[in-house]
Design a protein around this ligand. Structure first.
Ligand code: ZN
Length: 141
């Protein structure tokens, strides 16, 4: 774990490798409602960047679990903007991203996505899919 904050407080951010890939694609998981520091955009961006850098892989998929995603998460637009800045400053992260799966989508995360969508590249927008399928989250790495 390359994130100092999460070394001290493991539930501060929520971004971890979900499982070892069957093929070369690695699956990462986030649940904003389970992140104690969901408002810490700079820290979350650093966490994502650091963890992705720890892994060698050609492609990745990001599962964002909207379970319990609420108004307090939706109004943290600055956290989303910090992550979008990371994608802009490190283009290979977005290029290697095959898909963003929104799990358990609810009204709040749809509103949040509508708010941030204008700031996403067209390429990135096309990668976002919604899934109502339940998912076993396994154990965090
Ligand atoms: Zn962290």
């Amino acid at each position: 774990m390359s994130c100092r904050t999460c070394e001290l407080r493991p539930k501060a951010h929520s971004f971890y490798l979900l499982r070892e890939p069957i093929n070369q694609t690695k699956v990462f998981y986030s649940c904003p409602a389970k992140a104690l520091d969901y408002w810490d955009g700079p820290g979350i961006s650093k966490h994502i960047h650091g963890l992705l850098n720890e892994h060698e892989f050609p492609e990745w998929i990001w599962h964002i679990d909207a379970e319990d995603f609420a108004i307090k998460h939706a109004i943290e637009i600055s956290s989303a903007m910090d992550i979008i800045s990371l994608f802009r400053s490190t283009p290979e992260i977005g290029e290697r991203l095959r898909q963003v799966t929104i799990l358990n989508p609810n009204w709040y995360i749809r509103a949040w996505l509508t708010a941030i969508r204008p700031f996403l590249s067209f390429e990135l927008q096309k990668k976002i899919v919604f899934s109502d399928a339940a998912l076993s989250t396994g154990n965090p790495e």
